[in-house]
Design a protein around this ligand. Structure first.
Ligand code: PLP
Length: 490
């Protein structure tokens, strides 16, 4: 039976369905607009950060004096703060800014994509952008590293890398080897192979893991020999969070041979050291070896988009997900391969090669290392080690907790635990306050400063940074500590 709807009922429905432009039924909460967000002052920003984001993190920003800064703009090698101060970026978002801030070609590609009203979501139909990015990544990758999964972070790329390897290794070989001091992300799966008590806290993580010292081929051989259930090994090619640690050069060839001998799949985490940062597209290319699976993120988004990628050897991928029945086990998530992010990444890869940024990383990185070696020679009691490859460099200070003059020990002892014995915190804080230079720290070793400037870095930027560091260190440890403690009181 058809129910006739009364004309007035239809009219009433039409009113309900009509866009609620004039008098919305749902009251709008007290929302901040985009323009208000941009104009927010430091006091309100601090208050809202404390209330809604991360009060504990604000504590650390305050310790280092970073809480007084609000960034208004960023361009090339620099941030510009609310007072127009230019800050030289040697932190580089832990290696996320190969092109520096707001590279004009990347901005233009994004703007054009928006103006053309292109589609974003890559689920229902094949996306020409996601497919082109996958093709480009395969072109940049050696051997048959040809199959690409796209996500939106390094953690997601590493989750995908571990999953594809675990499935290809098969259920009889479920164990995964990982390294001491590793960092592979904070999501629940890869937390099991991230070797930081801070990040693991008391979460229950998967226990099908075996931990070995980083770069110790004998320990790996012993593990492979004694445990036939090991099917996968996951290693950063250069440890970033661990404090810029490299394995001995001969390690990688031996690792490849051992993996082949025991049928273990090697996953190379290149999220931080990849994408040209070490002076080659992948850091493992320095050693003439190819892993079975790898992962990229950070600079892959060209400093404007969140993009991560897992790249697997075709054979490995096909074993894991190669049939219609298995294809959807780990297909891309909602935002995997999203249009504008892919276009950003495609433009980024083109710029990386067109502008010779991988070569620049190698050349300027060597110059930075050379200048830092001279600083180490000048201040042997302060600088313990300088190391790295390309523009991924670590500067390690001696732990001064036992060597500080007795008069200063009570002063330092009242400081936050994180800062005790850690010259890198003091140096980083004063480099920003007095020299307008930003550097990064590492949780695993508080005496290391991480230097990962954009790959557009020139010799003049290196000179500015190293001259600032030299000038600061010339004050001597006692003055550096006193200056830092004084800055805490302001
Ligand atoms: C080597 C490595 N793997 C994975 C990750 C996780 O990346 P994301 O922070 O984008 O999740 C990081 C992040 O620093 C990293 O350095």
């Amino acid at each position: 039976m058809t129910i006739m709807t009364k004309p007035e009922t239809l009219a009433a429905r039409a009113r309900i369905d009509a866009p609620a432009i004039n008098a919305p039924l749902t009251p709008k909460p007290a929302l901040i607009t985009v323009e208000q967000a941009k104009a927010m002052d430091v006091a309100r920003l601090t208050d809202l950060f404390k209330t809604h984001v991360n009060p504990g993190q604000l504590h650390f920003m305050k310790l280092l004096g970073f809480h007084k800064i609000k960034i208004e703009r960023a361009e090339g090698m620099h941030y510009v703060d609310q007072n127009g101060r230019k800050i030289l970026d040697f932190f580089g978002g832990f290696g996320s800014l190969a092109f520096g801030h707001n590279h004009p070609k990347v901005l233009a590609a994004r703007q054009k994509f928006q103006e053309e009203k292109r589609q974003e979501i890559a689920i229902a139909f094949m996306s020409q952008y996601a497919t082109a990015l996958a093709h480009n990544l395969a072109q940049c990758s050696p051997g048959d590293l040809d199959m690409v999964f796209l996500g939106s972070s390094g953690s997601e790329a590493m989750e995908a890398a571990v999953k594809v390897a675990e499935r290809a290794a098969g259920p009889k070989r479920p164990k995964i080897v990982y390294a001491e001091n590793s960092f592979h992300g904070k999501t629940k799966g890869v937390l099991a192979i991230t070797d930081g008590q801070l990040y693991r806290a008391d979460f229950k993580v998967a226990d099908n893991t075996v931990r070995v010292p980083f770069g110790d081929i004998n320990a790996i051989e012993r593990a492979f020999r004694s445990d036939p259930e090991i099917g996968v090994i996951v290693l950063e090619t250069i440890q970033g969070g661990g404090g810029i640690i490299q394995a001995p050069a001969e390690f990688w060839q031996k690792l490849r041979a051992l993996c082949d001998q025991y049928g273990v799949l090697w996953v190379a985490d290149e999220v931080q050291c990849g994408y040209g940062r070490s002076g080659r597209f992948y850091a493992f290319e320095h050693y003439g070896v190819v892993p079975d699976v790898t992962a990229l993120a950070k600079s892959l988004g060209a400093g404007k988009a969140a993009v991560g990628a897992m790249i697997a050897r075709r054979e490995v991928y096909m074993k894991a997900y190669g049939t219609p029945k298995t294809a959807m086990i780990h297909a891309m998530a909602t935002f995997g391969g999203i249009g504008e992010a892919c276009v950003t990444a495609i433009e980024g890869l083109n710029v990386l090669y067109d502008e010779g940024l991988i070569d620049n990383s190698a050349v300027v990185g060597s110059y930075l290392l050379e200048r830092l070696e001279a600083v180490k020679a000048k201040y042997p009691k302060i600088v313990k080690d300088v190391r790295g490859k390309g523009l991924m460099i670590g500067l390690e200070f001696h732990d001064f907790s036992q060597t500080l003059p007795l008069v200063l020990r009570p002063v330092v002892s009242v400081l936050d635990d994180k800062l005790k014995g850690s010259l890198s915190g003091f140096v980083g804080s004063l480099l920003l306050r007095d020299y307008n230079v930003l550097v990064a720290f590492t949780e695993y070793n508080r005496n290391v400063i991480r230097l990962e400037p954009p790959l557009i870095c020139g010799r003049e930027h290196v000179d500015q940074f190293v001259d600032a560091l030299d000038d600061l260190l010339s004050r001597g440890i006692v003055s550096i500590v006193k200056d830092f403690v004084k800055s805490q009181m302001n």
